[in-house]
Design a protein around this ligand. Structure first.
Ligand code: MG
Length: 270
């Protein structure tokens, strides 16, 4: 019996030692990662004025000053013309439908369109609508897409009562990130996307040294929270990382008479 208790005691001591060793290792592992703000390491301020900053002064932006959009935004589409756009395949004139209500609609099998201007980091506002009349299922119902830098797709899809693979559903970063929620309005009504894109960085050999990120707010709901871009959108295969600089904003013709419409597109360079 005494031997039994002795064994238990030894086991307890060993386990305690192991525990304290683990704790020690944990502290050692994390000590280098502790965040220290060097600007706050001096003598502790005692007056409120000592921690007030007056410059640089942020620029003033009138949130509705540019015909209802932020005064420093570039209006890419206001419903009046396709002046800022071209066909993606050959830079020819846009042949998508320009509608009377200030929107545009994909022209089936005409191909993608893209902005003439190229962009790096941006904040983008865009509104889209799937046709009210239901056609087909899955990926073939109201499918389009918004490609940042012409490469990274934020999915547009009529996903209402229409399930599909979740990394290809509405507001997914196509085949890379499932959205945090499905926040679509009823089919046939206008959705808004507010997107923040930070471009990836590449070294002189073309290797990616910093991933890009995308944030998407769908009808006011955060659905992509600063997610890491793994590479260019691919339908089949792994995402690849061709080096690139600024790129156009591209809108997708899915090629199956999706009849998706867009309106009120503006962008702010960051
Ligand atoms: Mg798509």
């Amino acid at each position: 019996m005494n031997r039994y208790y002795l064994l238990l005691l030894i086991l307890a001591i060993v386990s305690c030692k192991q525990g304290s060793q683990d704790m020690h290792e944990l502290q050692e592992d994390t000590s280098d990662d502790v965040i220290v703000y060097e600007e706050y390491m001096g003598e502790e301020p005692t007056e409120p004025e000592q921690t007030e900053i007056y410059e640089p002064v942020p620029p003033v932006v009138d949130p509705f000053g540019n015909n209802g959009v932020p005064s420093d935004a570039i209006v890419l589409f206001d419903g009046s013309n396709f002046d800022n756009w071209e066909m993606a395949k050959d830079s020819s004139e846009v042949v998508w439908h320009l509608n009377d209500d200030g929107s545009m609609t994909v022209k089936d099998k005409a191909g993608d369109i893209q902005t003439k201007q190229k962009f790096g980091d941006v904040q983008l506002h865009i509104e889209w609508r799937s046709p009210a009349e239901i056609q087909r299922d899955g990926q073939n119902r109201g499918n389009s897409g918004i490609f940042l830098a012409g490469l990274y797709e934020v999915q547009v899809l009529d996903n209402n009562d229409n399930d599909t693979y979740v990394n290809g559903q509405v507001a997914s970063i196509y085949k890379q990130h499932v959205p945090l929620a499905k926040a679509s309005v009823p089919t046939g009504e206008w959705n808004t996307y507010d997107i923040i894109y930070h471009a990836p960085e590449f070294n002189s050999e073309g290797g990616k040294t910093k991933s890009g990120t995308i944030t998407v707010i769908h009808n006011g709901v955060l659905v992509q929270d600063h997610v890491e871009i793994k590479g260019a959108m691919t339908y089949i295969g792994w995402p690849k990382n061709p080096p690139h600089g600024k790129g156009p904003l591209k809108l997708q013709d899915h090629g199956d008479n999706s009849r998706v419409s867009f309106r009120n597109i503006w962008i702010r360079e960051l």
